[in-house]
Design a protein around this ligand. Structure first.
Ligand code: ARG
Length: 282
């Protein structure tokens, strides 16, 4: 039983991707800048590293190319590479963080982008003007970019991104502090397909999402609460939190291949699969 608007499973096709990741060598929860973080709660650093290695190995097994940035001491959240920038068609826009605790990550990632330009792996590295937390709040869906605001990224950065990349940027208002970055509330599945948790968005933004993606996967509160939407899709395989079993089932029904990875230790900082992954497009 298929409806014409939902593509049949046979149309799912993976394309190989380039990802940037940062090993959680200095990972810990030593400050609290979101509601997931409790500096008093224990974090198993060795387990965090094994879980991250598992994610990296999963990408490599799927045929993706994983690049690494050197982790810097004193920057425990640097493992969340998604926040380091936005890369479209070989052009990178760096990040400018909201919280001073993460401030130096901006220049650290910018140096990596510049070295990639010098090495011929990227075309351009642009220093940002407005506050933006990279792919945490900017998600490319085919020919458009969805952009979150409310907790971190300044709407001025939405305009900056639209002007820089010449792609329509659609602002979405986040209202639940558990879902402080767009990539904690919405997963890009394909060029015209997303999954999201409606409760994370304002009434108006929910309406925008309904208009743009009438057939989107709507995730349950339970799957959202284990950061199941913080997922990475290559068009066919969707890597997501192993705890998001309901969402995995919904994805399977639509012809995707969900692959669960356990990142329980990194979730203590408010991050999961997508947070650890910056896509280097083009
Ligand atoms: N502790 C980090 C922060 O609050 C987690 C970042 C998660 N990254 C993401 N792309 N959602 O900034």
């Amino acid at each position: 039983m298929t409806t014409p608007s939902v593509p049949s499973p046979a149309t799912r096709e993976a394309t190989s991707r380039r990802y940037l990741m940062c090993p959680p060598v200095h990972f810990e929860v030593s400050y609290a800048i979101n509601v997931w973080m409790d500096p008093g709660a224990p974090v198993d650093a060795a387990l965090a590293m094994r879980q991250w290695e598992d994610l990296r190995a999963t990408y490599e097994r799927l045929g993706h190319d994983v690049h690494l940035i050197d982790p810097e001491p004193g920057l425990p959240d640097m493992v969340f590479a998604a926040n380091g920038g936005l890369v479209v068609e070989g052009r990178a826009l760096g990040a400018r963080f909201t919280h001073p605790e993460r401030g130096p990550e901006g220049p650290a990632y910018q140096r990596w982008f510049q070295a990639a330009v010098d090495g011929g792996r990227l075309k351009e590295a642009v220093v940002p003007r407005a506050t933006n937390e990279g792919e945490g709040d900017f998600l490319v869906v085919g020919e458009r970019i969805l952009a979150g605001h409310g907790f971190r990224t300044d709407p001025a950065a939405h305009r900056e991104v639209q002007e820089l990349f010449g792609m329509p940027v659609i602002g979405l208002s986040l209202v639940d502090p558990r879902f402080y970055h767009l990539d904690t509330a919405l997963a890009v599945l394909g060029d015209d397909d997303v999954a999201y948790y409606p409760g994370a968005f304002s009434e108006g933004s929910r309406e925008v999402l309904r208009r743009l993606f009438p057939d989107a996967v709507l995730a349950s509160a339970l799957d959202a609460a284990v950061l199941g939407l913080n997922a990475v899709s290559d068009g066919e395989t969707v890597v997501l939190s192993a705890q998001a079993t309901g969402l995995a089932g919904q994805l399977r029904e639509r012809g995707y291949r969900p692959v669960g990875v356990d990142l329980s230790e990194l979730r203590k900082a408010g991050g999961s699969v997508k947070c650890c992954t910056l896509e280097l497009r083009g």
